[in-house]
Design a protein around this ligand. Sequence first.
Ligand code: AMP
Length: 447
Amino acid sequence: MKKPKFQAPTGMYDILAEDQKYFQRVYNVCENIANFYGFKKIETPILEETELFSKGIGLATDIVGKQMFTLRTKGGDYLTLRPELTAPVVRAYIEQGMGSLPQPVKLWYFGPCFRYEKPQLGRFRQFWQFGFEVFGEESPVIDAQIIRIFYNILRELKLTPHYFSTRKFTQASSTKSGGGLIVDINSIGDSQCRPYYKKLLVSYFRSRETVLCPDCRRRLRENPLRILDCKEEKCQPIKAQAPQMLDHLCEECHKHFREVLEFLDEIELPYHLNPYLVRGLDYYTKTVFEIFEDTEEGRKQGALVGGGRYDALVKLLGGKDTPAGGGAAGLERIIAVMKGKGIKFPEPAPAQVFLAQLGDLAKRKSLRLMEDFRKQKILVSESFGRDSLKAQLARANKIGIKYTLILGQKEALEGTIIIKDMASGRQETVKLEKVVKEMERKLKIKK
Ligand code: AMP
């Protein structure tokens, strides 16, 4: 088939009616849960100053290094289509003076993001995220609550949980693959303990540099922590022997992480300690987590949710020193899982009445009549484009309508209308201005 002249840009797509119901369902679940946990919705501009991301997410990250859609305005400013929403929400928190509100400030969002990635399963150039961010609270209870919120949303969307038996702080549990949601969790320390750990890691990998994949050799110079989440076969045995952050956390980070896990135990939320989890954004401190579907497809498409603490970010972006944490989920990936599970939606309510018309005057009167029905919340279907009565009745039959109203030329002139009971074929003529009331009676609609 010949390709149309214009197509959606690579990695971007139209969201048609059949997918809108998934988006709407996710939105409704997010909104309900946000209200329950006291989060207020925020919308930020699609474009932000480029420096917000280069500074916030980090110059050495893939997002900033390779994936930003950046443009120069006529005025000479550099703006970037947001690749994520945490940095914009932090910018808004600072700019709108939310630091002087009672803390914690809890915000949630739902909107499109843009990354120049190689399009593949679960990876698009325009994709949708929803996220939850909490500012001004250092207690680990917030870390646990954020994870709980995402977990609850996924459960509410009928994604199923996955249970583990091994839960040891210093040791990763091995998992059997059997489907279900997995919460991976790790701590990547803070400015106290991470620099030393980074040094250890660099010296470990440097002595093995020749056997690392080309990407990891680059990471060794630019962002050594990222070597830990390399998926290349040849790097796995080297990674397996690498020093682990959990063994080198400072006292404060160690205590914080232990408490996060205790809170998760308390709320019986199953998790998997993953010492290789580092996340692709520089702003994280202490807790990081990801949630994904433990199926081959789920692993291939990547995490459904990612997040963690970012205690240094508000200050880094020009605000006061403010502890914070949050996470973001990808709509497309979640919807792919929902589709895979064949999640059902209730059918929209069917029309109760069909309005058939013949001739111009009848058509005009029908348009008015539709509005009268709409005001009384009676669902009406029509086929104004068709002129033959036979075709209109056939259409009414096809959609299983109980009553068809027929407004022919004669009726339009006389100010009447015919009500046809589709099952019995019985017909009666009533005054046009009475028909809405009469249908309310027939359909037994109580006001
Ligand atoms: P991140 O901001 O990278 O932590 O991503 C958070 C979530 O957004 C991920 O877990 C994915 O579900 C989703 N996501 C990130 N990048 C993409 C992408 N290119 N296409 C689709 N979803 C994405």
